[in-house]
Design a protein around this ligand. Structure first.
Ligand SMILES: Nc1ncnc2c1ncn2[C@@H]1O[C@H](COP(=O)(O)OP(=O)(O)OP(=O)(O)O)[C@@H](O)[C@H]1O
Length: 284
């Protein structure tokens, strides 16, 4: 393995379930020590792509490399170096939260301190609770702890904050940022546009198995040269907003420039997705 190899390289990946094409010629590269968000509506092919990177599915067409290795052929070598947080748990229903985390820790050569990790993720209080009795957010946090306990070089997290309350979401974001500071590569899937905007260095937008846009959140939301975006450092009171509108109206009339619309509030990745697909991301 060469150290210069990217964290993840997906090249022309095609994945089908029967007649259904789930991933349709997808290529993307994830650089090391970055947070990359794979964004798209339900059924876009995000989980299938991640599972192929994790070595759970063999590419039908195309190739996938993780840390320069083939996730299927080089599975034994790769497995200790990656962390995986699956959508929907990955623990037995009767196992207690800390038992599960300690069990996973014992599978690794140099695990993190499980008590500290559990405390950090707010699992301290429910350590003795059986998995099936944990709330959705607690199950998510346990899944994240299981993915991180082995000190992975790259962590794949599928919808990391689905079902979490705002506080747990912020803690998770902080933790993922700290991982990046420590040189860990984070690849996450999300439906939440604000999550991608807040967290990701690089965003890949996937729709119907195809990559439709890639870039930093800033690049993706910047807009075309015909779009003027004014960013002010405080919320505008209604009267100021009205005065600004009037001033723009006067200025545009003086300069014979037609202003198609004036909107207050920023362009978001949601706007980008809508422009590219004509559909809203939540409803696919
Ligand atoms: N095991 C399977 N058998 C048949 N079809 C499947 C299977 N898994 C996924 N699919 C289909 O493949 C497509 C891509 O699914 P995938 O789970 O990869 O998308 P996703 O973007 O992760 O969606 P979500 O956000 O809902 O998790 C969907 O149309 C889905 O219905």
């Amino acid at each position: 393995m060469s150290d210069a190899s990217p964290a993840v390289a997906v090249d022309g990946l095609v994945m089908r379930y029967g007649d259904k094409v789930a991933v349709d010629g997808l290529s993307l590269v994830v650089e090391r020590a970055t947070i990359t968000a794979v964004l798209g509506p339900n059924g876009a092919g995000k989980t299938t792509t991640l599972e192929t990177c994790e070595g759970y599915r063999r590419p039908q067409t195309g190739a996938v490399r993780v840390l320069g290795l083939d996730p299927v052929r080089d599975r034994r070598e790769l497995l200790p170096r990656i962390g995986v947080m699956l959508q929907g748990g990955g623990a037995w229903s009767g196992v207690r939260a800390m038992e599960m985390l300690d069990h996973v820790a014992r599978l690794h050569a140099h695990p993190l301190d499980t008590g500290e990790l559990a405390e950090r993720l707010g699992l301290g209080e429910c350590g003795k609770t059986p998995y099936r009795r944990l709330s959705g957010g607690q199950q998510q946090r346990l899944g994240l702890a299981m993915a991180l306990v082995g000190r992975p070089e790259i962590v794949f997290v599928d919808e990391p904050t689905a079902g979490m309350d705002p506080q747990a979401r912020r803690t998770t974001w902080e933790l993922l940022r700290e991982l990046r500071e420590d040189g860990v590569t984070v690849v996450l899937t999300t439906h939440y546009l604000d999550e991608a905007e807040q967290l990701a260095d690089q965003v890949h937008i996937i729709d119907r198995g195809r990559l439709i846009a890639s870039g930093t959140p800033e690049e993706l939301t910047r807009g075309s040269s015909a779009t003027v975006r004014l960013v002010v450092d405080q919320e505008l009171p209604g009267a100021t907003e009205a005065a600004l509108r009037a001033a723009i109206d006067r200025w545009s009339a003086d300069h014979h420039i037609g202003v198609r619309s004036i909107s207050f509030g920023s362009r978001t990745l949601e706007d980008v997705f809508l422009e590219l697909t004509g559909r809203d991301i939540e409803h696919g």
